[in-house]
Design a protein around this ligand. Structure first.
Ligand SMILES: CC(C)(COP(=O)(O)OP(=O)(O)OC[C@H]1O[C@@H](n2cnc3c(N)ncnc32)[C@H](O)[C@@H]1OP(=O)(O)O)[C@@H](O)C(=O)NCCC(=O)NCCS
Length: 378
C-alpha cells in the first residue's frame, strides 16, 4: 500500500498564549480542511509530544486530543514520545499503519507548549531526554551535549566557528521569508559574534529557541500528488561516552538514512531539498554528513559556500530550520515534513526550483532517536 499526503496544517511557531490542546486543534483543523475530510473519516491518531506532562501537567495526549478535536468511532488515539524526534516517530507510526494495511486515513499531530516555564526549568525538562543516571548528574544539558560534539568536530574533524556562524546566518535568512517562523529576521556576523556564549563554543545564535507550536498531517492510501515514500527509524546508544571515539558522528541518522533511501529506492544525490535537525548549528553539519550529502569534514563549509541556501546545489532547512523557525520539540518532525510538502507543491516561501524529491531527518536527544523520511511528487 502506498502512503500519500492528504493535507497539512500548522500554527506559527513562537510564544503563544494558547495551551497545547488549543494549538493542536488549530493545526489539526487546518489539516482536515486542507485534506477536505471530516473527523469521522480519521481511523487512527498519533500525537507526537515530548513532555507536556512536565511543561503543562497534561500527559496522555492521544485521548485528550481525540476529544478536543471531535474525532469519532473510538479509534486508536495514542501519544508517541521520542524526545525531539517525537513528531517524526508519530509520522513513522502513521506511515506503518497505512503501509501495513491497518488503516486508510491517519492523522498525525506534533505539539509542544514550552514557554509557560522559565528557561532553567525548561532546560531541566529537556535534559530528561539525556542519560539520567550517568550524564545528567554531571550537570550536562542539551546545549552542553552539542557543545561537546561541536568541540570534538572543530578540533578533530575540521572547520571553524565562523563556519557555524554561516549556518545560523543562512537559516535566519530562510526564516526571514517564512511567516510561520519564530524569528523572521536576518542576522549578521557581528550579531552572531556579539551574542552571549551558551555553552562554549556555542553562542545564542547557534541554538534553537524555546518555542510553542503544533503541526498536523493527514496521510492516506488514496493517491495524491505527494507520496511519503519511506519513513524509517534507527536508534544508537544514549550516552555520548558509549558512542566510540568520534562523538560527532550520528550513527542513528546514517542508518535511518540508509534504510529510508533503500525503501524509497533513491540515493543522497537524488534529494532536491532537505529539512534536517539543526537544534544547534553543528547538528545541521552532523546530519548532512551522516545522510551522505557531504563527506565527514566537508559539510561544515556548505553554508559558507552557499550550497545549502534554497537556491544552492543542496538546499537545506529552507523554512529556517529549528534554529530560526523554532523548535517546539514534539511539533518539529511534522513541521519538517510540511515544509517538504510545500516544496513539492511548488508553494514554499523559499522555493527550490523543480523540487521532486525531499527528505526529513529528525533527531531525538543528542542523537539516539532518529527518523529519516523521503517524500516525492507522485
Ligand atoms: C539559548 C537559550 C538558553 C536562550 O534562552 P534565554 O537566555 O532565556 O533567552 P530569552 O528567552 O531571555 O531571550 C533573550 C533574547 O534572545 C532571543 N533569543 C532567545 N533564544 C534565541 C535563539 N535560540 N536564537 C536567537 N535569538 C534567541 C529572544 O528573542 C530575546 O530577544 P529580545 O531581547 O530581542 O526579545 C534558549 O533558547 C535555549 O535553551 N535553547 C536551546 C533549547 C534546546 O536545548 N532545545 C532542545 C534541543 S536538543
Amino acid at each position: 500500500m502506498n502512503v500519500y499526503v492528504a493535507g497539512t496544517g500548522m500554527t506559527k511557531f513562537g510564544k503563544h498564549a494558547e495551551n497545547s490542546m488549543e494549538l493542536s486543534v488549530e493545526a489539526a483543523a487546518k489539516a482536515m480542511e486542507d485534506a477536505g475530510i471530516a473527523p469521522e473519516e480519521i481511523e487512527e491518531l498519533y500525537v507526537g509530544n515530548f513532555a507536556q506532562n512536565l511543561f503543562e501537567g497534561q500527559a496522555h495526549l492521544g485521548p485528550a486530543l481525540y476529544g478536543s478535536l471531535g474525532l469519532k468511532n473510538n479509534i486508536k488515539a495514542t501519544h508517541v514520545e521520542s524526545a525531539c524526534a517525537s513528531g517524526s516517530f508519530a509520522l513513522h507510526e502513521a506511515f506503518r499503519a497505512i503501509k501495513g494495511g491497518f488503516a486508510k486515513t491517519v492523522m498525525v499531530v506534533g505539539v509542544e507548549k514550552m514557554t509557560a516555564k522559565t528557561t532553567p526549568e525548561i532546560t531541566g525538562i529537556l535534559a530528561t531526554a539525556g542519560d539520567a543516571f550517568y550524564e545528567a548528574p554531571c550537570g550536562i544539558t542539551f546545549p552542553g551535549y552539542y557543545a561537546l560534539m561541536a568541540s570534538y568536530y572543530l578540533k578533530n574533524i575540521g572547520g571553524t566557528k565562523d563556519d557555524l556562524a554561516e549556518i545560523a546566518i543562512k537559516n535566519h535568512y530562510h526564516a526571514s521569508k517564512n511567516p510561520y517562523a519564530q524569528f523572521q529576521r536576518e542576522i549578521t556576523k557581528e550579531m552572531y559574534y556579539g551574542s552571549p556564549i551558551i555553552a562554549e563554543p556555542l553562542c545564542l545564535y547557534d541554538c534553537s529557541p524555546i518555542s510553542d507550536g503544533a503541526a498536523a498531517m493527514i496521510l492516506t492510501s488514496e493517491k495524491k500528488d505527494v507520496e511519503l515514500a519511506s519513513c524509517e527509524a534507527a536508534v544508537s546508544r544514549m550516552a555520548l561516552a558509549e558512542r566510540g571515539e568520534d562523538i560527532s558522528w550520528l550513527e542513528g541518522v546514517e542508518i535511518a538514512g540508509k534504510r529510508a533511501y533503500n525503501v524509497a529506492g533513491v540515493a543522497p544525490e537524488d534529494i532536491d531539498v532537505a529539512e534536517v535537525h539543526d537544534c544547534f548549528t553543528i547538528a545541521e553539519v552532523q546530519n548532512i554528513e551522516a545522510l551522505g550529502f557531504y563527506k565527514h569534514g566537508e559539510g561544515i563549509k556548505a553554508a559558507k559556500e552557499k550550497e545549502t541556501y534554497f537556491d544552492g546545489k543542496k538546499p537545506v532547512n529552507t523554512d529556517g530550520g529549528l534554529k530560526a523557525k523554532g523548535h517546539p520539540v514534539g511539533a518539529t518532525g511534522v513541521s519538517m515534513a510540511i515544509e517538504v510538502v510545500k516544496q513539492l507543491h511548488n508553494e514554499a516561501h523559499n522555493q527550490v526550483k523543480g523540487a521532486e524529491v525531499g527528505l526529513i531527518s529528525n533527531v531525538g536527544g543528542s542523537g539516539p532517536s532518529c527518523v529519516v523520511g523521503i517524500l516525492r511528487r507522485s
